[in-house]
Design a protein around this ligand. Structure first.
Ligand SMILES: Cc1cc2nc3c(=O)[nH]c(=O)nc-3n(C[C@H](O)[C@H](O)[C@H](O)COP(=O)(O)O)c2cc1C
Length: 192
């Protein structure tokens, strides 16, 4: 059976909720799945500035931090980041840079990578955030899993990952539309 690890960074809760949705959906489909967060030394500071961040703060902090033993043992990695200034967050970048030890021996070569992101607005660069994750995956030799065109059609999802738009106050929580898309993507990941 395939093993899947989900890794996310979240301050205001949206990437956490998406990661959790993936986790629960895959668990319900009897998959071996891990839910991990990245390290975040800035969390307390940002969560004191952003009121919405208080809602899921304790839940987010209770999620285990990733470890490379489990990631190396996974067939598929699902990675989600907030869009910060048209890119991944610094915390996700630090996480990605920690793969340097495994890049040398191509330990992640052939694994699958699915990316998701949250962004304030549709013009905010969520697609560039996905792009940063996907390019990282390619450097590691991982194959990016695209969103199929019949899911993209009529929706606002780009082909190269899932983006959820959270609004200016980051309080638009993932909708049924996102949850339905996650359900279909989980089926795709299971059958890869
Ligand atoms: C430092 C910072 C930079 C941001 N830059 C962008 C941006 O460039 N484009 C955008 O659409 N949203 C931007 N946002 C909004 C975040 O993308 C949004 O709050 C985040 O994705 C929500 O994810 P979370 O709920 O998991 O924390 C920014 C937010 C912060 C705190």
């Amino acid at each position: 059976m395939k093993k899947i690890s989900i890794v996310f960074h979240s301050v205001c809760g949206n990437n956490y909720l998406i990661a959790k949705e993936f986790y629960e959906n895959l668990k319900n489909k009897n998959m071996k799945v891990n839910l991990f967060r990245v390290k975040d030394d800035n969390f307390e500071k940002l969560s004191n500035i952003l009121e919405i961040a208080k809602e899921y703060r304790d839940e987010i902090m209770s999620v285990e931090i990733y470890n490379f033993k489990e990631l190396l043992d996974s067939d598929i990695i699902i990675l989600g980041s907030p869009t910060y200034f048209g890119n991944v967050s610094a915390q996700i970048k630090v996480f990605m840079d920690e793969f340097v030890d495994y890049w040398v021996d191509a330990n992640f070569y052939g694994k699958k990578l699915f990316s998701f992101a949250c962004a304030g607005t549709t013009e905010g660069g969520g697609d560039m955030c996905l792009n940063a994750i996907n390019i990282f995956g390619q450097h590691m030799g991982m194959s990016n899993v695209p969103v199929p065109s019949n899911l993209v059609l009529g929706e606002s999802f780009p082909a190269y990952g899932l983006v959820h738009y959270v609004g200016d106050n980051a309080d638009k929580r993932p909708s049924t539309k996102i949850k339905n898309a996650i359900d279909k993507i989980c089926d795709i990941l299971i059958n890869l």
